[in-house]
Design a protein around this ligand. Structure first.
Ligand code: DX5
Ligand code: ZN
Length: 213
């Protein structure tokens, strides 16, 4: 599980992160939006910097920003453990991968619902994770696009055939405890959830997910 703090309550963010830790959650998904690659603006370096010394959770930083190569070093320095950049956001995919690795961080490539799996295949051997978006990026609380699970299945089949058994596949957008089983069955092994984790009781929500994992 990689709960997305985009749906968190920023007044109580520290408490909410502590609750997730008590529930045994190890990853935190941090959505960075620039108002250009996606229409909304979320948060950036200061939030990551302020929570980094308070928790040892694994920071899964999802950059929804144009030309992410401009900011990779700074997000690494702020405390990201894994940096996901969007394939569609840059002409310099290889440079982004190299920059993230130079910083000693794990690399993820994210694809939007309309981007076919075949486009990222030239890079899959070099990365730790592929983030398959299951909604169009930009907002939390959207309804999942079920066809995206076909992409997960396709990606898992191809990468298994390539012998890339260590590759993580993350799904992000509209995931809840009712549809998570379909994501897992399709081959995803990292689950992002925002509204389905932070709405009402975090612990109860995590327990509901855990029953399905
Ligand atoms: C959307 C973000 C997601 C979002 C997920 O652009 O990348 O991580 O927070 O939120 P839910 O789970 O509510 O769809
Ligand atoms: Zn995200």
């Amino acid at each position: 599980m990689s709960p997305s703090i985009l749906s968190g309550d920023f007044w109580r963010l520290g408490e909410q992160i502590e609750e997730l830790e008590k529930d045994g959650v190890e990853w935190l998904h941090i959505d960075v939006m620039d108002g250009i690659f996606v229409s909304s603006i979320s948060y950036g370096m200061p939030i990551i910097k302020s929570i980094r010394p308070r928790t040892s959770m694994f920071f899964d930083v999802h950059l929804m920003i144009t030309e992410p190569e401009r900011y990779i070093k700074i997000f690494a320095e702020c405390g990201a453990d894994l940096i996901d950049f969007h394939f569609e956001s840059t002409k310099h995919v290889q440079e982004c991968i190299d920059l993230i690795k130079e910083q000693g961080k794990k690399v993820g490539i994210a694809i939007k619902p309309d981007t076919p799996v075949v486009e990222i295949l030239p890079f899959v051997e070099q990365v730790d994770m592929i983030l398959v978006m299951t909604v169009n990026p930009g907002y939390g609380g959207q309804k999942l696009i079920p066809e995206c699970f076909d992409k997960v299945r396709e990606l898992r089949t191809i990468t298994d055939e390539m012998g890339l058994t260590e590759l993580a596949i993350e799904v992000d957008g509209g995931i809840n405890s009712d549809n998570v089983s379909i994501a897992l069955e399709a081959g995803a092994n990292v689950i992002v959830a925002g509204s389905a984790v932070f709405k009402d009781s975090i612990t109860e929500n995590i327990n509901k997910f855990n029953e399905k994992l």
